[in-house]
Design a protein around this ligand. Sequence first.
Ligand code: GRF
Length: 194
Amino acid sequence: MKRFLGSNRLRTAIFISGTGSNFKNLVRFSLSKNAPIKINLVISNNSKAKGLVFAKQKKIKNKIYRFKNVNKDEKNILNILKKNNIKLICLAGFMKILSKNFIKKFQGKILNVHPSLLPKYKGLNTHKRVLSNNDKFSGCTIHFVNSKLDSGEIILQKKVKVKKNDTPKTLSKRILKQEHILYPKAIKKILVNL
Ligand code: GRF
């Protein structure tokens, strides 16, 4: 297996919208021994995203694009990605939908974390829907991003048992813990072939 050391680490951008716990976790992962990625850039559509505070503390370059004018913002993002020689994009709680054109430019190089066992429960409010259907299991998925929402090739999934008294909040908390384990694993899995 190829080792990604020092400057060989793949230059990566993380896209966030909110808390950024997956982002923080990926930064931690990127600083670990033999990590295959380096986080060079954070993009947020929300200037109040907590993750931005962390990015600033860690002195990671960060930019805000509100996606009010999607075409213009995506064009600017593509420019900044190019300038920073970014080779991999990890969406981490990013709540905007990227255009087909954007995805095409980074075909096979955009990953996403989704809090359900895809193809079940694409889109929003996954935990609520899992509970109202009385499902016994839920979980999380790391997948490649293609032009259809939450439909790209699955890299890894982790099942999480639904408990009797779960609320969307308690279930999402347990699943989030698994997301933090799964995302680095999935990155390691695919980078051998990138
Ligand atoms: C995660 O559950 C992710 O799967 C979903 O939004 C949440 C983001 O959490 N899309 P965080 O911002 O990484 O803490």
